[in-house]
Design a protein around this ligand. Structure first.
Ligand code: ZN
Length: 309
C-alpha cells in the first residue's frame, strides 16, 4: 500500500471511531428526558444570543449560561453511565490504534500502525528489511566496488521515483552476492510505495507459475503479464523445461515490451551465456529499451565473513 492509500485508510478509521462515539452519545441523550430538557434550553439560549442583537452584558450572561448547560449535560451523562453500569470511557472514541488515535503519527514520526499498512505494500518476495534506507555501504569492500554500487543505488532510486509505464527496462548482471537482488528488491518496494503494482519473482518461482499454467493447474499468468513492474531475479538458475522455460519467458517479455510495461532482470550470466541459453529472441527482448548494468566485485556475504579484511 502506498503512503496516500495508507493515510486514507487511517483517516477512515479515525472518522469511524469518532462517528461511533457520536452515535453512542446521541442515543444516550435522546433516551433521557433530563438531557432532552437541557438540550432544548440550550437551543433556546443560543438562538437568543446569536440571532438578536444583544447588549454586551446580555451576550456575556447568555454565553455563561451555555457553558453551564454544557457542563450539566456532561454531568448528567456521567450519571447515566453510572446508572447503566457503563465505564467513563464508554463515550470516548475507540480508536483502532490507541497510540496515535488514528492519526498515523506520534510526534511527527510514523506510528507502528502506519508502518504496518505501508508494509502491506511490500511486494511479495521482497523481504521486509529490503529498502534503500537499509543500504549499508560499509558492508561493501572499499574502492571501486563500493563506489559503483553506490552509483547504481542512486540511479535506481531515481529510476523508482520517476517510474512510469514506458520506463526503461533493466538488465542487471554480476556475480552472486554483489547485491543485485537487494538493490532490485529496494527498487521494487520503492515503486510499489508509489502505488504501482509490482511483482518480484525469482526465475525459479516464475517457472513454477509457468508450469502451473502449462499443465492447467492455474488458469492464468495474468499478474506476470500485466503488473506495472516485474522483477525477475536470478535468471539462469531455473531449470530448462521443453516447451515451457523459453516459450513462456518470451511470451511474457514480448507482451510486456509491446505494452511498454517495464521489467527488471538480474542474472549471474554473461551476455554470451544468456545468448547460448535463451537464444537471440529472448536476449533481444532483455536488451530492448534496457538500461544495462554490470555490477562487479566480490561476494558481499563472503566479504562479511572475512570481516572485510
Ligand atoms: Zn497508530
Amino acid at each position: 500500500m502506498n503512503r496516500v492509500q495508507a493515510l486514507e485508510r487511517i483517516k477512515v478509521r479515525h472518522s469511524r471511531a469518532e462517528y461511533q462515539a457520536y452515535l453512542k452519545r446521541k442515543l444516550l441523550i435522546e433516551n433521557d428526558s433530563i438531557c432532552r430538557e437541557i438540550i432544548k434550553e440550550r437551543a433556546l439560549v443560543s438562538t437568543k444570543i446569536f440571532s438578536n442583537i444583544q447588549s454586551p452584558k446580555e451576550f456575556e450572561e447568555g454565553t455563561k449560561r451555555l457553558i453551564e448547560l454544557g457542563n450539566r449535560i456532561e454531568f448528567r451523562l456521567k450519571e447515566l453511565l453510572k446508572n447503566q453500569g457503563l465505564d467513563e470511557g464508554y463515550l470516548a472514541p475507540k480508536y483502532y490504534c490507541s497510540q496515535c488515535q488514528d492519526t498515523g503519527f506520534i510526534g511527527g514520526e510514523y506510528c507502528n500502525c502506519l508502518c504496518s499498512l505501508l508494509m502491506e505494500g511490500i511486494p511479495s518476495g521482497v523481504d521486509k528489511d529490503t529498502c534503500f534506507t537499509a543500504f549499508d555501504e560499509l558492508r561493501i569492500p572499499e574502492g571501486a566496488q563500493r563506489e559503483n554500487t553506490k552509483k547504481l543505488k542512486d540511479s535506481l532510486i531515481l529510476y523508482a521515483h520517476e517510474f512510469k509505464r514506458g520506463s526503461q527496462n533493466i538488465l542487471l548482471r554480476g556475480l552472486t552476492g554483489v547485491g543485485k537482488s537487494f538493490l532490485l528488491g529496494c527498487t521494487a518496494r520503492e515503486i510499489s510505495l508509489q502505488g504501482f503494482s509490482v511483482l518480484y519473482l525469482t526465475a525459479y518461482d516464475m517457472l513454477q507459475r509457468f508450469k502451473d499454467k502449462h499443465f492447467g493447474r492455474e488458469e492464468t499468468i495474468e499478474s506476470i503479464m500485466s503488473v506495472d513492474f516485474l522483477v525477475i531475479d536470478d535468471l539462469g538458475t531455473e531449470p530448462m523445461l521443453n516447451n515451457i522455460t523459453i516459450e513462456y519467458l518470451f511470451a511474457v517479455l514480448n507482451h510486456r515490451s509491446a505494452k511498454k510495461l517495464p521489467y527488471a532482470v538480474a542474472t549471474n550470466l554473461t551476455m554470451a551465456q544468456l545468448m547460448e541459453r535463451y537464444g537471440e529472441r529472448i536476449v533481444s527482448r532483455l536488451m530492448d529499451r534496457a538500461r544495462l548494468v554490470q555490477l562487479t566485485g566480490q561476494d558481499l556475504r563472503l566479504a562479511a565473513l572475512r570481516g572485510n579484511a
